[in-house]
Design a protein around this ligand. Structure first.
Ligand SMILES: [Zn+2]
Length: 65
């Protein structure tokens, strides 16, 4: 007989474990261009720069005339 769990874990117990995993996943690095905190290996949503080059035009311009 294989050992089997007698009862399923409560949602609270599973949620506590998931909360610690989600906390670890939030790794943020400062953008090289505008130094806002962004997710690594992604185009900056604030200025649209990646690897020192402008890839995307930012949706909201910083200074409106
Ligand atoms: Zn940026």
């Amino acid at each position: 007989m294989t050992p089997l769990p007698k009862r399923r874990h409560s949602t609270r117990r599973g949620g506590k474990r998931k909360a610690s995993i989600r906390q670890k996943l939030t790794g943020l690095v400062p953008c090289k261009n505008c130094s806002s905190m962004i997710r690594p290996h992604r185009i900056c949503p604030n200025c649209g720069f990646y690897n020192g080059k402008e890839i995307l035009k930012p949706k909201t311009p910083k200074a409106k005339k």
